[in-house]
Design a protein around this ligand. Sequence first.
Ligand code: MV4
Length: 478
Amino acid sequence: MARTKKIKKVLVANRGEVATRIIRACKELGIKTVAIYSEADSNGIWVKKADEAYMIPGDPIRAYLNFYKIVDLAKQTRCDGIHPGYGFLSENADFASYCEKRGLIFIGPKPEHIALFGDKIASKKAMKEVGVPVLPGTDEPITDIEYAKKVAREIGFPVIIKAAYGGGGRGMRIVEKESDFEELFRSATAEAEKFFGKGDVFIEKYVKNPRHIEIQIMADKYGNVIHLGERDCSIQRRHQKIVEIAPSPRLNDEVRRELYRVAVKSMFKLGYESVGTLEFLVDEDDNFYFIEMNTRLQVEHTVTETVTGVDLVQRMIQIAEGTKLPFLQEDIKFRGYAIEFRINAEDPDKNFAPSPGKITSYYSPGGPGVRIDAAVYKDYIIPPYYDSMIAKLTVWALSWEQTVNRAKRALDEFQVRGVPTNLPLLRQIVRDKDFMDGKFDTSYLDRKLPKFRLKPEEGNPEDLAVVIAAAIAAYHKL
Ligand code: MV4
């Protein structure tokens, strides 16, 4: 029997919207919260929303990575749990172990599972052994170029070279023909070494224009494993997702059922616990292949929450406490569609480079079926050190068409001034016929970008005042 220990106070080891999201979950559970922040983040709203907050001086990024300092602080403030959010320490197995060693509950999976899935070769092998389809390729890191070439020939070109400890497309190379192999192999290895400290790479069959479908699962300490459906994350640019959808509007029902089945079965067999996401590539003939697993709460968890009504962050906390899942698979009901839009402070004129600075005007949408997860406000200064995502808009409606219409309305309502954002791009996507028809794969944005008008006049700062003045004038004439 696993331990059960009610968590009373959580240190939130993150910043921005996810720190706010975790604080909200804790408040509803009656759990006290401790926030941390860097000097550059003194004006962050999560700092004000938490019960207590402590500045970690020095480097603005290391503040959220210094795990000895963070754990010391959690002990000093009498926390019993730590939530890592996403990014930063969320998939650091050493951090999870260290929390446990210091008597703190790490709100996430066991260190052994974080480590297993951090190793793309080991995890592919483990998943294959529990019956999950994977792409043909090497199941050891390859160092010998001649051997690698031989394997590539056997698989058949094109192949893809991937970093074993990689992410975000770093250390990844597509090889179309044998004569390119040697050069690309060397550059992949060098890039993997540079970014991940380990140059290990592996190769597998390359899937052209796949859809990226991921399955959300949830497992407690007692062997109860359920899925919460899929998300379609195909709409991305340079491995940065910007639109995520639940459920996938054009996924074949048989494929969907099979994805759910292998996801639940494999996680049960591996004894996984906490929330987690299995990423699959779905090819043009509806074959699917596991590529990797994320052992953290993901940015796009909001769409899953919206169509299931399940609070993933609260469940994650209660699983870590040792509470049994309060529902079975058949209790999970899926209702309608949800789309999440990531609002980024980035400049379409500068190849979407981050555009930090002061937000001079901020009006977020509301009304039926609209959820906002943000950590910005009027006069907030976006610091230059972190991710450019400033807000997430999640819309919901019963049908796909209604959801897209609601998305148009909500994106039009959204006003951010002072810094350029990707809002004009998002407004173009929801007006695109292929998007509305559910026709998109991972090549969608690269194909569409040249056709999109990214500066439909944003208007001038007086616009809203003019509209209001006109409305008042009209009212007085009645
Ligand atoms: C692939 C692939 C095609 N074939 N693997 C990109 C990041 C990493 N998570 C895995 N990625 C891919 N792996 C094989 N064998 C295509 C991609 C890929 C991709 C995957 C998901 C979402 C967007 C993508 C964009 C380009 C390439």
